[in-house]
Design a binder for this molecule. Structure first.
Ligand SMILES: Cc1cc2nc3c(=O)[nH]c(=O)nc-3n(C[C@H](O)[C@H](O)[C@H](O)COP(=O)(O)O)c2cc1C
Length: 179
């Protein structure tokens, strides 16, 4: 199996296994004024064409940033294997309402509260227990992250490994880089 396929398999495992090191990743965004922000997300799905899926609230800052600038940087890290995966991706929200509804219906009721707060994420509050939830509306948003470049780095005793994969239509070119 080539390294790109093994990266895909590994990321897929992370969507199923709670304790997998790639289950949580950092996504950096850059808004129109050049403000950079990063935050952790849960990896929910990896499609055959490598599109990654995450869930969020439509009112969050990341959505504002993505509307202003859809290029994002994703970072995965496995400290046990000394592996870093850095992905440059184009971000979009899923527009097919049936797909969104289907995923929403698969979310456990107790996890739905993350997407139905009565005031938007990032609002200043006095007391964390004072956040209310709505029953009749949700802000659940499915983020699709389409990788353009995938950079794999593995620290090893003899030769560190650094490989850059660049999407060319439906296939990927790869080059070794100086680590
Ligand atoms: C371990 C961990 C996992 C998280 N997973 C998600 C997630 O899947 N989706 C999400 O919207 N926020 C998630 N968050 C919260 C975000 O990191 C972030 O604080 C929140 O989404 C607001 O980000 P924003 O204001 O930059 O948009 C997670 C936080 C942690 C610590």
């Amino acid at each position: 199996m080539n390294i790109l396929d093994s990266i895909k398999n590994d990321l897929r495992k992370a969507t199923r296994k709670q304790r997998h090191r790639f289950r949580y990743f950092s996504m950096a965004t850059c808004g129109i004024h050049g403000h950079v922000k990063q935050r952790m997300l849960v990896l929910r799905d990896v499609a055959d064409d490598f599109t990654l899926t995450a869930y969020t609230d439509s009112r969050s800052k990341k959505i504002t940033h993505i509307k202003e600038n859809n290029e994002v940087s994703l970072l995965f890290f496995d400290p046990r294997r000394f592996v870093q995966i850095c992905i440059t991706a184009t971000a979009a929200t899923e527009k097919d309402e049936n797909k969104v509804l289907d995923l929403w219906n698969q979310i456990k009721p107790r996890s739905r509260k993350d997407y139905i707060t009565d005031i938007p994420p990032g609002t200043v509050i006095r007391d964390p227990s004072g956040v209310g939830h709505q029953d009749n509306v949700h802000y659940f948003t499915v983020l699709r992250l389409i990788p353009e470049k995938i950079e794999y780095v593995k620290l090893q005793k003899i030769h560190h490994l650094r490989i850059l994969f660049v999407r060319e239509g439906n296939s990927w070119n790869s080059d070794y880089l100086v680590p």
